[in-house]
Design a binder for this molecule. Structure first.
Ligand SMILES: O=P(O)(O)OC[C@H]1O[C@H](OP(=O)(O)OP(=O)(O)O)[C@H](O)[C@@H]1O
Ligand SMILES: NC(=O)CC[C@H](N)C(=O)O
Ligand SMILES: [Mg+2]
Length: 504
C-alpha cells in the first residue's frame, strides 16, 4: 500500500506540489520516498530511504527537481528488499525515458522476469516487482514501433500490461516530454483517483494520486476514480484522455483500505472511508448487543489512531462512555508498516501511553480496527491492566486476519498472523483479554458496500483466504513465506553487501 502521485501542470514547477502530495500520503509508506520531474529533455530525480520530510530536507534539493511534470512515491515494501536502490519512482531509458511509481504487488513477477530477460531482452537491476512492471510497460510501448507517440500507443501499452501482469497495480508513469498516465489493474484492487485545478494562465493542472486527501490539500477537485482496467493520460499540453484498456474488468477493491490503510478523510471508489468506519462501529455495537446484551462495559477506549472513528460510534450505539485513554506520541509513525517485529513491538510502548484514571477500577472495552500480528493488542491489554483496569475486553472492527496478503500489504506469512489457526478462546488467552469480539465479515462488507452498492465484491483475502485474481497457489504462498517472512528479510538485510546501483 504505497502512495503514488503524478502531476502535469501548466505552471512552471511541480516539485513542491509533489512534495505536499507525498506528505499527504505518508501514512501509506514510511520506508522510502522519491520524486522525479521532467523539464525539456532532462529528468531530475531524488529518492532515498526515509520519510518525505527527511528525503527532501534541503531547499536546494527541491529546487533541483525542475519541470512542470513529475511522478512521486512513498514506499512500504512488499517485494524485493528495502534498500534505497528499490525506492521509487523507477526509471528506464528505452523507449522515450519512462519513470513509474507503483502501488500494489504482482503475483507473477518471477515468470515476467524470465520473459523480460529471455524474450524481451531487457535488463532488471533489482528484486522489485515494480521494476518488472515498468519494463513490461516499456516493452509494450516499444512494440508500437513509433517515434511520435499518440494516446492510442499509450493505451495499447497499458492493454499489453493487463494481458501480461497479474496481481495488484495502481500506477503513475511519466513518459519524458509527453505526459503522465495513471492506470489500475482490471480488478481495481488498490485505489487511484484524479483531480484537476484551474491553472492561472488557463486550462487545468491535473493530479493523479492514491487517495483524494492529496487532492484536497493541494486545492484540486476530485474528478473521479480511475476505474479498474482504465487508463487516464494527461499530456504535457494539459489535455486529458481516458480509455478502458482491459477486456473484462471486475471491480473488486481491497476492503482493508477501508479498515486500516486509507486515511478516513479520503473518498475511494465513491465510498467515504470515514463513513465506512462509522458503520463498522455501528455493526460492532449491534453484534455486542445481540450476543452479549448484559455486558458490563464501563467505558470504550480506542487505540489511536485508526480505530477512533469506529470506536466513537460503537460507544455511542452502546450508550457507554467514550474516552481517549491512550495518548499517542505524534512523532512515532504507524507501527504495523514498520519493517521488523522488534521495532514494531518497541514502538507500541513508545507510541501509546495510558491515562490511568480512565482505567482504574473499570471494565474497559478497547477497540482497534484490526488485529494482525497481535503486537498492538497484546501490549495494550497488558498496559490497560497495569493502569488498573478491572476487566479488559477487546473488540476488533474487522474479522480475524488469518491469511497472507499478496496485493501490496506486507503480510506474507500466515504463521506471523496471530489469528491464523487459532480459535477465539485461544486468541483470548494468547492476547490476555477477558473477552474478545471480532466483527463478522458480512457486517464489514455491508459497512463498506453501503457507500457504493454498485461494487458487488471486495478483495477480502486476508479474512477469507479467497484471492480474487485466482492465481495464488499454495506453492506461491510457500515461496512468499520463504522469501518475505520477518526472519528471511532480516537475514537478507544482513547479507546485503553489494554496492547499490540506484535505478536512474
Ligand atoms: O496486530 P498488529 O500487528 O499490531 O497490527 C494491527 C495494529 O496496527 C495498526 O496500527 P498502526 O500503529 O500501524 O497505525 P495507526 O496509528 O494508524 O492505528 C492497526 O491500526 C492496529 O492498531
Ligand atoms: N506496498 C506497495 O504498494 C509496494 C510496491 C512494490 N511492490 C514495492 O515493494 O515497492
Ligand atoms: Mg492502530
Amino acid at each position: 500500500m504505497c502512495g503514488i502521485a503524478g502531476i502535469v501542470s501548466q505552471q512552471a514547477t511541480v516539485n513542491s506540489d509533489l512534495f505536499d502530495a507525498l506528505t499527504m500520503l505518508q501514512h501509506r509508506g514510511q520506508d522510502a520516498a522519491g520524486i522525479i520531474t521532467n523539464e525539456g529533455h532532462r529528468l531530475y530525480l531524488r529518492k532515498e530511504n526515509g520519510l518525505v520530510r527527511d528525503v527532501f530536507h534541503a531547499d536546494d534539493q527541491m529546487a533541483k527537481l525542475r519541470g512542470n511534470m513529475g511522478v512521486a512515491h512513498v514506499r512500504y515494501p512488499t517485494a524485493g528488499t528495502s534498500t534505497s536502490a528499490e525506492a521509487q519512482p523507477f526509471y528506464t531509458n528505452t523507449p522515450f525515458g519512462i519513470s513509474l511509481s507503483h502501488n500494489g504487488n504482482l503475483t507473477n513477477a518471477e515468470e515476467l522476469k524470465q520473459e523480460l530477460f529471455l524474450e524481451d531482452r531487457r535488463h532488471l537491476n533489482t528484486e522489485s516487482d515494480s521494476e518488472v512492471l515498468l519494463n513490461v510497460f516499456a516493452h509494450e510501448l516499444l512494440q508500437r514501433g513509433v517515434l511520435r507517440l499518440t494516446p492510442e500507443d499509450i493505451f495499447a501499452a497499458v492493454s499489453g500490461v493487463h494481458l501480461r501482469c497479474r496481481g495488484a497495480y495502481a500506477c503513475v508513469a511519466m513518459i519524458t516530454g509527453y505526459g503522465v498516465v495513471g492506470f489500475r489493474d482490471p480488478y481495481g484492487i488498490r485505489p487511484i483517483v484524479y483531480g484537476r485545478r484551474e491553472a492561472a494562465k488557463g486550462g487545468y493542472d491535473y493530479l493523479i494520486a492514491s487517495e483524494s486527501v492529496a487532492l484536497d490539500a493541494l486545492g484540486y477537485e476530485l474528478v473521479d476514480d480511475i476505474a479498474p482496467g482504465e487508463a487516464v493520460l494527461i499530456t504535457l499540453d494539459g489535455k486529458l484522455h481516458k480509455r478502458q484498456c482491459a477486456a473484462n474488468p471486475i471491480y473488486s477493491p481491497c476492503i482493508f483500505e477501508h479498515v486500516y490503510l486509507a486515511r478516513p478523510d479520503s473518498v475511494m471508489d465513491d465510498i467515504y472511508v470515514y463513513k465506512a468506519r462509522l458503520r463498522m462501529g455501528v455493526k460492532l455495537a449491534e453484534k455486542i448487543l445481540r450476543d452479549w446484551a448484559d455486558h458490563d462495559i464501563d467505558v470504550v477506549i480506542p487505540i489511536p489512531d485508526t480505530s477512533r472513528v469506529a470506536g466513537a460510534e460503537l460507544a455511542a450505539r452502546l450508550g457507554v462512555l467514550y474516552r481517549e485513554g491512550f495518548i499517542k506520541n505524534r512523532y512515532i509513525g504507524r507501527t504495523f508498516i514498520m519493517p521488523g517485529q522488534a521495532q514494531r513491538k518497541k514502538s507500541v510502548r513508545q507510541k501509546l501511553n495510558p491515562v490511568d484514571i480512565e482505567f482504574r477500577g473499570k471494565n474497559v472495552l478497547l477497540v482497534d480496527d484490526s488485529i494482525v500480528r497481535g503486537t498492538t493488542s497484546k501490549e495494550i491489554i497488558e498496559m490497560a491492566r497495569d493502569a488498573g483496569a478491572k476487566k479488559v475486553y477487546f473488540a476488533s472492527a474487522s474479522p480475524p486476519v488469518r491469511y497472507p496478503n499478496v496485493y501490496g500489504i506486507d503480510m506474507p506469512t500466515s504463521s506471523e498472523l496471530v489469528a491464523h489457526g487459532r480459535s477465539l478462546a485461544e486468541l483470548e488467552a494468547m492476547l490476555g483479554a477477558d473477552r474478545l469480539i471480532y466483527q463478522d465479515l458480512e457486517d464489514l462488507i455491508d459497512a463498506v458496500q453501503f457507500g457504493n452498492p454498485n461494487i458487488t465484491r471486495f478483495d477480502c483475502s486476508v479474512f477469507n483466504g479467497e484471492y480474487i485474481t485466482q492465481d495464488v497457489t499454495t506453492e506461491y504462498l510457500n515461496q512468499l513465506e520463504l522469501f518475505r517472512s520477518d526472519a528471511a528479510k532480516a537475514a537478507r538485510r544482513k547479507a546485503q553487501t553489494v554496492i547499490e546501483l540506484p535505478n536512474a
